[in-house]
Design a binder for this molecule. Structure first.
Ligand code: HEM
Length: 410
């Protein structure tokens, strides 16, 4: 399809009722809410692979302890990555609705399959987790875990394919009507980009490595974790992070070479910022390899910074792909809905901030104590505050709804 027709198609596919506040707000939220999603994707994939690898060496007490711990990390991590995927999904489908929905329809069977594969993959992982206790855990459960990880990888690939197909609107018609015949099966995988997908897998290696170092630091205060075991975990994590950052640079260069030259992505400052940052991260993990103790709380935030740059880079790239079709989210029709926007902001700050802050603080503090944890005054106050915020939120939500209903029907 030619550029002008594709541009017209994209604009026609946008929601005619517009969006309820400024598009930039949605864009910023989309980019930054994706960061926690991908961080938990990275940690979960890394932990799942480590949980399985360490399981094969479980006759050694350190590997055995690591396998149990990382199996649990992946179990919690997958549940969080799913929950945290919802926010960027809401925002991407608001400002990039033509791209997201067209891509989803073109591969609808895979989108529906995504739900099933994620469910059975998670169930398999959970069964592996339940059985993976003690040095004498039966060997066959390895395959349960391996199946779970394979499903998670497949789901990551489906996510990638959906994103990438959305970047090629000029090919949608061809994919929809191959050889002039309409194909409504939604069974096709029409496009993917190996270096891009590989980059996110390499990123999992880095982030998981940094996570392992932080894991070793975090448990230092626990008497039931031997210092030698924690040093073993940190040093392993450091080697993993070194490998990951090196792989990321290789995959990023390959990815950049794969991006069409006319998008001039090499000329964009974000490209160079990301490359330089990866170089700095590599240097930081390399320097830490002699003495990893106390490095976790430095290297993990540095990985979070890297994820933020990756998130911005992805968006810069999407804007470059869309520019030839005059698709600029700033042109999106806005139909201001102030009450719902204010409610949304208060929900994020009040309920999200307080409740999120409470849960994170609680989990952080409780994990550092062996046995039952007694909440201190700050945590108790945060808990009361978050319950109060939720009650106020429910009352406000219902009042606004009732008020609007009465106004429209009165
Ligand atoms: C094991 C399961 C999952 C894995 C491994 C995974 C992995 C990924 C990866 C690698 C990307 C980047 C793709 C790219 O830019 O090429 C991505 C993007 C994304 N994922 Fe996930 N994901 C998973 C589940 C989910 C779920 C359950 C949701 C929603 C509830 C979700 C929402 C998103 C969104 C919204 C994006 C960005 C799409 C865009 O920019 O248009 N993901 N995911």
């Amino acid at each position: 399809m030619d550029v002008a027709t594709t541009a017209a198609m994209l604009h026609t596919l946008q929601d005619p009722t517009g969006i309820p506040s400024h598009p930039l707000i949605f864009q910023v939220l989309m980019v930054f809410t994706w960061v926690p999603h991908i961080l938990f994707v990275n940690i979960s994939l890394g932990a799942a692979l480590m949980g399985l690898y360490a399981f094969t060496k479980r006759s050694d007490p350190y590997w055995h302890a690591l396998s149990e711990a990382m199996t649990k990390v992946a179990k919690v991590g997958v549940s969080l990555l799913v929950v945290l995927g919802v926010a960027p999904l809401l925002f991407t489908q608001t400002i990039y609705d033509p791209q997201w929905y067209a891509s989803n329809l073109l591969s609808a069977s895979w989108v529906i399959g995504f739900i099933f594969t994620l469910t059975i993959g998670y169930l398999a992982w959970f069964a592996f987790y339940l059985k993976n206790h003690g040095e004498h855990a039966p060997g066959w459960i390895f395959w349960l875990g391996a199946f779970g990880l394979a499903m998670f990888l497949l789901d990551g690939f489906i996510m990638h394919m959906l994103t990438y197909q959305g970047l090629h609107p000029e090919q949608w018609l061809e994919w929809y009507t191959p050889g002039g015949h309409v194909d409504m099966s939604g069974a096709g995988i029409h496009a993917y980009e190996l270096p891009r997908f590989g980059f996110f897998m390499a990123m999992s290696v880095t982030v998981f490595g940094a996570f392992m170092i932080a894991y070793g630091d975090y448990f230092k205060v626990r008497t039931d974790r031997s210092p030698a075991y924690l040093a073993f975990a940190r040093s392993l994590g450091n080697n993993i992070a070194i490998t990951g950052t090196a792989l990321q640079v290789v995959f990023l260069l390959w990815w950049l070479m794969d991006v069409p030259a006319e998008l001039h992505i090499w000329a964009h400052p974000m490209t160079w910022l990301l490359l330089v940052y990866l170089g700095v991260l590599f240097a930081a993990v390399w320097v830490a390899r002699g003495e990893t103790e106390g490095q976790g709380y430095r290297l993990l935030p540095m990985s979070v910074g890297m994820a933020a740059l990756v998130a911005i880079f992805r968006e810069v790239l999407r804007m470059a792909y869309m520019a030839p079709f005059q698709y600029n989210i700033l042109d999106y029709k806005v139909n201001w809905d102030v009450p719902s926007f204010v409610l949304f902001l208060f929900t994020i700050i009040g309920v999200g901030g307080l409740m999120g802050g409470f849960i994170i603080t609680l989990v952080y503090k409780a994990g550092r104590v062996k046995g039952a944890y007694q909440a201190d005054a700050t945590v108790a106050k945060l808990g009361t505050g978050s319950v109060a915020a939720t009650v106020i939120w429910v009352m406000t939500f219902l009042s606004v709804g009732i008020w609007i209903w009465l106004r429209n029907n009165g």
